[in-house]
Design a protein around this ligand. Structure first.
Ligand code: SF4
Length: 234
């Protein structure tokens, strides 16, 4: 199904249940949207999704946005994944970005993180999607990452295109067990408490009892970068 068709045709989603495995959801997504596309930030969820999708036959892009503020460990994780999955096409948008590149004032991340994310993260991906126009997105979010994600369905409609969330019902424990069983190259920062890793300027380690995304924009009243919520969501 093309992007134009996906907007016109009513979507018939199988009767998935919380027990439905992510593999089944991915297979349905690949059958329904052969041209779908996977953005990724290479967190634990994203890594598990890449592995499951590759095993299910996904051969498309894995799209990462370089904001210029990523930890070196994250960029190294991207490179390890690209080497491990040569059958996938790893794309880095805004490649070579750095804090003094002039895209935003140097401390905008502190004074107005929404504006900084909009320029450095959301806009490059929106531009790419406008050009590529995939019919759907394959996404790695899960319900137990944060209270704001507690209702994520397997298939999210509304907006420009459907977002397929095969890991919606997998817990952190399940994800960790899968990553260990498959020996996935998890970002080493994860084991230092960075359960969700974004830019170094806006991420701290999670404290005991906090949810996985509590270290993102902590104390700034912000929980999402704008890719998945808000008026410019994908
Ligand atoms: S996470 Fe922080 S540094 Fe990164 S793009 Fe958003 S506001 Fe800017």
């Amino acid at each position: 199904m093309t992007a134009a068709e996906s907007r016109q045709e009513p979507l018939t989603v199988p009767a998935f249940t919380p027990e439905t495995g992510p593999q089944e959801v991915i297979r349905w997504a690949l059958d329904t949207y052969p041209e779908l596309l996977m953005p990724s930030a290479f967190n634990l969820n994203g890594m598990v999704l890449i592995d499951l999708a590759a095993r299910a036959g996904y051969r498309g892009d894995v799209v990462f946005v370089d904001t210029g503020y990523h930890f070196p460990e994250t960029l190294a994780t991207r490179d390890r994944l690209a080497a491990r999955y040569p059958e996938l096409n790893f794309v880095t948008l805004n490649a070579g970005a750095h804090p003094e590149d002039g895209q935003t004032p140097p401390t905008l991340y502190a004074s107005d993180p929404d504006a900084c994310c909009a320029v450095r993260k959301v806009a490059p991906l929106q531009d790419f999607l406008r050009r590529k126009n995939p019919p759907a997105l394959l996404n790695a979010r899960s319900r137990d990452q944060a209270a704001t994600r507690a209702d994520i369905p397997f298939v999210e409609v509304g907006g420009t295109r459907p977002r397929i969330n095969p890991l919606a019902h997998w817990t952190r424990e399940k994800l960790e067990a899968y990553a260990a069983a498959q020996d996935l190259p998890v970002n080493p920062l994860y084991f230092d408490g960075f359960l969700s890793v974004g830019c170094w300027t806006c991420t701290r380690a999670v404290r005991p009892g906090e949810d996985a995304r509590a270290g993102r924009w902590a104390g700034k009243g912000k929980t999402e970068c704008g890719l998945w919520q808000g008026e410019n969501r994908l």
